[in-house]
Design a protein. Structure first.
Length: 544
């Protein structure tokens, strides 16, 4: 089969579904705590380094920009270089952690273990940058939808990896670390050469993207059914193997959609050649060659001349802003602070979900289920925010930052529910926090590509993502870990009861509410800009 942007999308989906390992920290963190004799604060410190590695992706963005300019075709570089760098880090980090846990390496100092986990988690930024930025360049007119699909697979990854664990390695947490070192590395090495930027076709991209979306929703629903069955019944080995095989069949189904899309695109294009230029730059040139919508009398809802001139300047600058230029804008820091509160609080929650469950009397199976459910809720948020924000923008003209403010407000309610600590509240609270956390992961890179342009999207969005681990450090270590250790007792530094996390999550809820107000400020600053973006896209669609 000839490689094209649809095959590239399938490869990106598969890589994201297997290689996003950071959400399963709660599965193997207990064995780190027991074998390395860590306190809860130490375990939270490790989780912060994981979050730093998984979100501080500036290097991956710089590498992507370096290997995918037009000149890179002369030396054979492309997104595969970014994937290769991620694969190496994934293997090295998790393999060294596994050696430490089984005793081959003498128990390392905490700082060394933090470095192991940071390196392993840092691989995610390379996989995600290569897949997301390439996808946005292949589908610039539906960037919210495609980012939602690709980022949504990060959410599904945790649930899929837990299914692999439950089917093949149940109860063997040390071997799970070895699996995390090998499986994502092999998958990314096998598929990385397929992820490339291609010329845009004139086909019906939306129809086939909807097909990918439907498959993703079906996989999420299937995983949910499996989780319910595993909690209600004790599934025998043959049943777990059968459900796992069916999961693999579903994961393979996007290939059929890609084949159909390719066959429909072929008559429209004499050939589909890989390019390394940014197609959005060509789109930008098309805009500049046409009549400026600000001066056009054909746009019935155009803003006033003074307002439009300001918005137009913002759009033109945004097409070429690099990291340093973006950091000199107010919008960059509003987005950064919103992520500090939203992503930071979400990471703090998932990093401590095992300990929260233990303090409230949940079983090990229930805690594993919570981790899997968190992955599914994260998928729902990533996919829903990406797909929904496209619809709201194109049909109602709603700026994406408004949806960010709404989801942060809902996230606040989720933290309050967890803080109350009543029976079953952890499930309900994790639904709200997980969905809203996932939505931030999808909205932020999409907003970045629109406000600051796609040329340096990888570098800028990954720099803004650093806000996540910064917020996680403050909320996990300085708030949750500190209060938990004060309440803990006994030789194993354990705490039981609602008092273990109540105050912590009330503080976290306050921080998230503040982030919602900051996102609302970003909405008002970019409202006219998004109106102009919608007008320009409508004009561009009319030209095709």
């Amino acid at each position: 089969m000839e490689s094209n942007k649809w095959i590239a999308t399938v490869a990106s989906i598969w890589i994201q579904c297997i290689c996003s390992t950071t959400s399963v920290y709660s599965i193997y963190s207990p064995i780190l705590k027991s074998t390395q004799d860590y306190s809860q604060s130490t375990l939270d410190t490790l989780s912060v380094f994981k979050d730093i590695g998984a979100n501080a992706g500036t290097l991956s963005g710089l590498l992507y920009s370096a290997v995918t300019p037009s000149s890179s075709r002369l030396i054979g570089c492309g997104p595969w270089v970014v994937h290769l760098a991620g694969a190496i880090q994934c293997f090295v980090g998790y393999f060294l952690m596994w050696l430490s846990v089984i005793g081959v390496i003498h128990r390392p100092p905490v700082l060394v273990m933090c470095v192991f986990l940071l390196v392993a988690a840092h691989s995610l930024t390379f996989f995600s940058t290569a897949n997301v930025v390439t996808a946005v360049q292949n589908f610039p007119d539906y960037r919210g939808t495609i980012v939602g699909i690709i980022k949504g697979c990060v959410g599904l990854s945790g649930a899929i990896l837990v299914q692999v664990y439950q089917t093949t390695l149940k109860g063997k947490q040390a071997n799970f670390l070895l699996m995390l070192a090998l499986l994502p590395t092999l998958v990314s090495l096998l598929l990385m050469c397929l992820v490339r930027v291609y010329q845009r076709s004139r086909g019906d991209d939306k129809k086939h993207l909807n097909g990918f979306s439907a498959v993703a929703l079906i996989i999420a629903a299937y995983l949910m059914i499996i989780l319910i069955l595993e909690n209600v019944f004790t599934l025998p080995l043959w049943a777990r193997i059968l459900t796992f095989v069916l999961l693999l069949v579903l994961l393979a189904s996007p290939l059929r959609i890609a084949t159909k899309a390719q066959s429909e695109d072929s008559p429209r294009l004499s050939h589909t050649s890989s390019i390394d230029e940014n197609p959005l730059m060509e789109e930008s040139e098309d805009f500049s060659a046409t009549e400026d919508p600000i001066e056009s009398n054909e746009v019935p809802s155009e803003p006033s001349h003074e307002e439009a001139t300001s918005s137009d300047k913002m759009l033109q600058d945004g097409e070429n802003l690099n990291l340093l230029q973006a950091m000199r804008t107010v919008n960059f820091w509003l987005l950064f602070i919103s992520m500090l509160c939203g992503m930071g609080s979400g990471l703090a929650t998932i990093n401590n979900v095992s300990q929260i469950g233990e303090s409230l009397g949940y079983t090990t199976m229930e805690i594993d289920t919570l981790v899997s459910l968190w992955s599914i809720w994260g998928f729902v948020g990533r996919f829903g925010a990406g797909y929904g924000s496209d619809i709201l923008l194109h049909t109602r003209g709603w700026a994406r930052p408004l949806l960010m403010a709404i989801t942060l407000a809902a996230m606040t309610a989720g933290h309050v529910i967890i803080a109350i600590g009543l029976s079953g509240n952890l499930y309900l609270g994790s639904i709200l926090v997980g969905v809203c956390f996932g939505s931030q992961s999808s909205l932020m890179p999409t907003i970045t590509s629109e406000i600051f342009g796609v040329v340096h999207m990888g570098t800028i969005s990954n720099t803004i993502a650093i806000a996540g681990p910064v917020g996680s450090y403050v909320l996990s270590v300085r708030v949750i870990g500190y209060i938990y250790d004060k309440e803990a007792s006994g030789e194993q530094n354990t705490c039981f009861g609602t008092q273990c996390f109540m105050l912590s999550f009330l503080i976290i809820a306050s921080a998230t509410l503040f982030g919602s107000f900051v996102a609302l400020a970003l909405f008002f600053r970019t409202k006219r800009f998004y109106k102009l973006v919608m007008i320009r896209r409508l004009q561009h669609s009319a030209l095709l």
